[in-house]
Ligand binder design. Structure first.
Ligand SMILES: Cc1cc2nc3c(=O)[nH]c(=O)nc-3n(C[C@H](O)[C@H](O)[C@H](O)COP(=O)(O)OP(=O)(O)OC[C@H]3O[C@@H](n4cnc5c(N)ncnc54)[C@H](O)[C@@H]3O)c2cc1C
Length: 386
């Protein structure tokens, strides 16, 4: 049942909301976490947790259990069909987790929820927040079916179409175009590609990501002009034939899960309005290039939990520190997308640059650190939250 009052109301129990609540629980602060879904989703969605994020999650006791459940990818390889253009090794990362962890988002959420439960917290379901009135003491949230909760702080961790953001009047800025279109699936595939690495194929028709998952399936993500409404095995076979390995082609045996989505590059104008704070997809969305979206949200979440525990003076620091980090990640994802979609005349130059850069160990290392999502230390205002 919903409480009448709470100190912190977290709207949304996706990875971001769960990580905010788990961080707070570690400080002995019991947040009220609500989600409109009766059960957590079981689909795989975001499939990679990077080393920089694992280092942050280590602080809330979540990295080690995640690491045992996921598959450890020790390098990221960029290819044009059979030709390797660049190899980015993760095994020299300055981390206890020197790899990209491949794991379904449902598993990541389950591990976070288990940790929250172990610390005495839980998620209240199904409660859909439909209204929010801000006043001098915080906010009153209204729910479908009639309940209300008065909260000192409201965390909008309710995803890309955030009601919290909308009701707080925070603009979600970005271009007005229809966004990039993607097809993705977890497929069983007969393949000669190594299962300890993620491969990005750069092809004339667009990029294709090939990432092994711990259940033996392979995650395929491709940008396409027109994604079919119900993607089938033949669509993914066609993508592999057109963009994947040529000498020893992959064969799709079965599609375990498939989806399509369009994504814009958008960022909230502000991460804070009075008692309302945003984190995760409610604050930023961008293309899946580099697998950065959920990772950035998880790092937001721990920073926000720290700031809420430190007290009101740290919250402006949170907002001021996290938004530029999202701008930086959006710029990185956009750069990767441009690299993948280079016009035909520029591709030989692009491929030469990639091969040259990848031959230089310091450049390779810098790229690995960048992909892994290690963040520079926060400025003093936000650091005081720790
Ligand atoms: C098909 C698909 C594939 C994806 N693939 C990738 C990928 O490969 N790599 C990657 O980095 N990212 C990927 N993403 C994006 C990734 O899933 C998100 O970045 C991540 O889920 C963001 O987490 P979040 O907790 O901020 O938001 P969400 O996961 O969106 O969680 C928001 C939660 O809020 C709840 N909620 C919403 N509104 C309300 C309300 N009014 N009241 C109460 N509860 C509410 C929702 O039920 C939901 O549980 C994918 C997403 C989809 C849909």
């Amino acid at each position: 049942m919903l409480p009448e009052r709470t100190d912190v109301l977290v709207v949304g129990a996706g990875p971001t909301g769960l990580a905010v609540a788990t961080t707070l629980a570690g400080y002995g602060i019991a947040a009220t976490v609500v989600d409109r879904l009766a059960e957590p989703p079981v689909t795989s969605r975001a499939a990679v947790v990077h080393a920089g994020t694992l280092e942050v999650l280590d602080r809330i006791g979540v990295a080690a259990p995640l690491a045992t459940r996921g598959l450890h990818s020790v390098r990221f390889v960029v290819r044009d069909r059979d030709r390797v253009l660049a190899t980015v090794p993760f095994d020299r990362l300055p981390s206890r987790y020197p790899y990209a962890l491949l794991i379904s988002q449902a598993e990541t959420e389950a591990v976070l929820a288990d940790r929250l439960t172990a610390l005495g917290g839980r998620v209240l379901r199904p409660y859909e927040m439909t209204g929010l009135d801000l006043d001098g003491d915080g906010a009153v949230a209204r729910f479908a079916g009639g309940g209300t909760v008065r909260a000192r702080w409201v965390v909008g961790a309710d995803g890309m179409h955030s009601r919290v953001r909308e009701l707080a009047g925070i603009r979600f800025g970005g271009p007005a175009d229809p966004g990039e279109s993607f097809l993705l699936a977890d497929v069983r595939v007969e393949s000669a590609l190594p299962r300890d690495q993620v491969t990005l194929f750069l092809s004339r028709r667009g990029p294709l990501v090939w990432a092994p998952l711990p259940d033996g399936t392979v995650r395929l993500v491709a940008s396409v002009a027109d994604a079919p409404r119900e993607p089938q095995a033949r669509h993914f076979q066609a993508l592999l034939d057109e963009r994947g390995p040529a000498r020893r082609p992959d064969r799709v045996v079965e599609v375990a899960w498939a989806s399509r989505f369009r994504i814009h590059h958008r960022i909230a104008d502000s991460y804070r309005r009075g008692p309302v704070l945003l984190a995760g997809d409610a604050a930023h969305v961008h293309s899946p290039a580099g697998g950065q979206g959920m990772n950035l949200g998880l790092r937001d979440a721990v920073a926000l939990g720290d700031a809420l525990a430190a007290g009101p003076q740290a919250l402006d620091g949170y907002a001021a520190d996290r938004r530029p980090r999202a701008e930086e990640v959006l710029g990185f994802a956009a750069g990767l997308t441009r690299l993948a979609a280079a016009p035909p005349a520029l591709r030989p130059l692009r491929d030469l640059l990639l091969r040259t850069a990848s031959a230089l160990p310091p450049t390779r290392h810098r790229l690995a650190v960048r992909l892994a999502g290690f963040e520079p230390h926060p400025p003093p205002a936000a650091a005081s939250a720790g």
